[in-house]
Design a binder for this molecule. Structure first.
Ligand code: SAH
Length: 365
């Protein structure tokens, strides 16, 4: 048993079974043994690879998207470019490079990163050392928001803890993590149903309550509605809400048992984009999407960007660029282009933003 497993077992012995959100929060964010707190998990040698690590085109297109939001806002003289959960800093690096194409935007922006992991903060510092903008770090979303802001978050919401409830004949009982003895953790259910939940569902249905993700989206939505700007969220998950247990653990690019290696495997959940949009609307923002990552990146000009980069590349580089771009927009239920969705919460005074005008009704007649 690793250190975190011993600590969790002791906690459960003292306090009883713990909620899924507490288990997730400790596995990912425990100050010394949490998954993100002790390592850089990205890349081929790590546990998973994200879109910005696959292709520079991802961040460049999002940089161009951010520049067009700034233009749609009337080119304010100062704007915060905020990234939530910046990983290695690659997305921000690519965004800033693309933003050079619009000098006014480059001069107006300041960079704010919301990151809890000291290891990844250091990594972000190294990555961004060569760019002309010095980033500022924050622990929490609210702390990073001040004045007009453009917020981007790739694979951030999926890392935020959520709670789960299971439909039983008595009502919705909370799913908990207990200690099964013999070195293992087990799932169980709360003794009492949660009477505040009155949603109808077949017996055995799992309901997820992503409070932290909804709060993060609401905080961004509330801010941009009041101060101007937009927040872009990219993640995996369904466009429509439904029941189901989406908690998963990844290690060395393979799925592993969620309870087996606390703090040594990445834990994530699928993002319910329909609920995120409702949280944005309830906070006073306009909500667009979700559209698939494929539709979004193609609408922003992925193909044209690939062609222009390829013209200046060696044949080997051109091949890497093409396969990276292809992976970003690949179709198939579990492929990035389709599983990943993109949604935005925006100041309602802004026009429909680039990448989200895909669902206009066909013209009559
Ligand atoms: N956006 C990056 C990294 C995604 S992984 C990419 O696309 O490559 C999730 C990121 O969110 C990591 O940087 C992790 O340290 C950070 N993170 C996880 N939980 C967080 C929290 N509660 N607050 C702030 N950052 C968090």
């Amino acid at each position: 048993m690793n250190f975190l497993a011993q600590e969790l077992a002791e906690l459960i012995r003292q306090e009883g079974p713990i909620s899924i959100s507490r288990y997730m929060a400790l596995c990912l964010g425990h100050p010394s043994h949490g998954y993100y707190m002790k390592q850089d998990p990205f890349g081929a040698d790590g546990d998973f690879t994200t879109a910005p690590e696959i292709s520079q085109i991802f961040g460049e297109l999002i940089g161009i998207w951010a520049a067009s939001v700034w233009q749609a806002m009337g080119e304010p003289a100062s704007i915060r470019l905020v990234e939530l959960g910046p990983g290695r800093g690659t997305l921000m690096q690519d965004m800033l490079r693309a933003a050079r194409a619009l000098p006014g935007f480059r001069e107006a922006l300041s960079v704010h990163l919301v990151e809890t992991s000291p290891v990844l903060r250091e990594r972000q510092r190294e990555t961004l050392a060569g760019s002309s903008v010095a980033p500022q770090w924050h622990d929490r979303v609210e702390q990073a928001l001040e004045g007009p802001a453009i917020v981007v978050a790739n694979e951030f919401l999926d890392a935020l803890p959520l709670d789960q409830f299971v439909r039983t004949p008595e009502g919705w009982r909370e799913r908990l993590v207990g200690w099964g003895g013999e070195g293992r953790f087990v799932f169980g259910l709360s003794a009492e149903p949660d009477h505040s939940l009155s949603i109808a569902a077949p017996l055995g249905s799992v309901l997820e309550q992503p409070a932290a993700a909804l709060e993060a989206v609401a905080a961004v939505a509330h801010h941009v509605a009041a101060e101007g700007g937009a927040g872009l969220f990219i993640d995996y998950g369904p466009a429509r809400s439904g029941f189901g247990d989406t908690l998963q653990a990844l290690k060395h690019h393979a799925f592993v048992d969620v309870l087996a290696e606390p703090g040594d495997a990445d834990l994530t959940v699928h993002v319910d984009f329909a609920r995120m949009a409702l949280a944005g609307l309830a906070a006073g923002a306009a909500a667009h999407g979700a559209v698939t990552q494929r539709d979004f990146l193609l609408a922003l000009g992925l193909q044209q960007r690939l062609e222009s980069l390829s013209r200046r590349a060696t044949p080997a580089q051109a091949e890497t660029l093409a396969s990276g771009a292809e992976r970003l927009v690949e179709t198939g239920a579990t492929a990035m282009g389709e599983l990943f969705k993109v949604s935005v919460v925006a100041d309602p005074k802004l026009p429909l933003l680039p990448g989200f005008d895909l669902h206009r009704l066909p013209e009559q007649g």
